[in-house]
Design a protein around this ligand. Structure first.
Ligand code: C2E
Ligand code: MG
Ligand code: MG
Ligand code: MG
Length: 279
């Protein structure tokens, strides 16, 4: 009986495996076509000034509207895009789209674009950023690139050279999801980092978790003392907003202010706010 069961389970395992492989292959084929078929889109999540509540800019977040599967979140397909060598093409498209749409926003607003570690290792990155900025006409000072610590890990020299050149060109660099990765403090002074984005997991456990509160305050002070800007991500409640603002964060981002929206929606909110201010 044990033998029969073993064979049954083995067979079941194999068929489940091949099913996953099949699913992945289909997704891979679909992703290769997604860009050309116009299935990718960029949404923008506003970032607000912690003191005044005014919009200072927005983060570009990639969306895939799959014709059958519907909306697929970036965490479900970006790793695949990285594996199959598509992330450079997709990343360049996001960058161009974000810079283009940001030219329609008020001049004081910047746009932040996420970069995959794979893109930072691509020697064509700097050239492509320069080309996109000159073609769209966006002031380099209005662009910020978000990188994660993973990108800096193990490829120090190349990453440092690329990021320094980008920074010299006037584009800002933000360290995303800070506090979750390796959080090696040496990154903060070795690399040209302009902003720290405190990972949303810390903000989201406020006020329940006093350790998280301490960590948010400590990161904010560290950033300020190093001359960097600090953003708190994942603000969902007024309590979290007040906490991050009192802790000294410069900008805040999260569902409490706005979910990611299209550029057109962002502009219509801005117009409404302007009209309300003028009235
Ligand atoms: P991220 O860069 O840390 O972006 C913030 C994520 O948190 C976004 O998820 C955003 O929708 C979500 N978020 C913002 N405020 C709140 C909040 O108050 N509560 C909660 N629960 N979530 C909030 P999203 O859009 O699903 O993106 C997930 C990740 O995918 C991003 O994390 C980023 O690492 C990656 N990603 C998105 N777009 C791109 C892209 O164009 N290129 C690359 N390489 N990665 C991207
Ligand atoms: Mg980000
Ligand atoms: Mg983040
Ligand atoms: Mg993240």
């Amino acid at each position: 009986a044990a033998k029969a069961e073993g064979r049954c389970c083995f067979r079941f395992y194999v068929s489940e495996m091949s099913q996953n492989v099949q699913l992945r292959r289909t997704l891979e084929t679909d992703l290769r076509r997604a860009l050309g078929r116009g299935e990718l889109a960029v949404q923008y999540q506003p970032q607000v000034d912690a003191k005044t509540g005014a919009y200072t800019g927005a983060e570009a977040l990639l969306r895939w509207y799959h014709p059958e599967k519907g909306l697929i979140p970036p965490t479900d397909f970006i790793p695949l895009a990285e594996e199959i060598g598509l992330i450079n093409a997709i990343g360049t498209w996001v960058l161009r789209q974000a810079c283009l749409e940001a030219t329609n926003w008020p001049r004081h607003m910047g746009v932040a674009v996420n970069l995959s570690p794979v893109q930072i290792m691509d020697r064509r990155l700097l050239r492509s950023i320069k080309t996109i900025l000159s073609e769209t006409g966006l002031d380099p000072k209005r662009l910020e690139l978000e990188i994660t610590e993973t990108a800096l890990l193990g490829n120090d020299e190349q990453a440092l050279a690329t990021l320094s050149a980008i920074s010299d060109f006037g584009v800002a660099i933000a360290l995303d999801d800070f506090g979750t990765g390796y959080s090696s403090l040496s990154y903060l002074h070795r690399f040209p980092i302009d902003r720290i984005k405190i990972d949303r997991s810390f903000l989201q456990s406020i006020p329940e978790d006093s350790d998280s509160a301490t960590i948010v305050q400590a990161i904010t002070r560290l950033g300020a003392n190093l001359g960097m800007k600090v953003t708190a991500e994942g603000i969902e409640t007024e309590v979290q907003q007040r906490f991050a603002s009192n802790a000294g964060c410069d900008t805040l981002q999260g569902y409490f202010f706005s979910r990611p929206v299209t550029s057109a929606q962002l502009m219509s909110v801005l117009e409404t706010t302007l009209r309300a201010g003028a009235a």
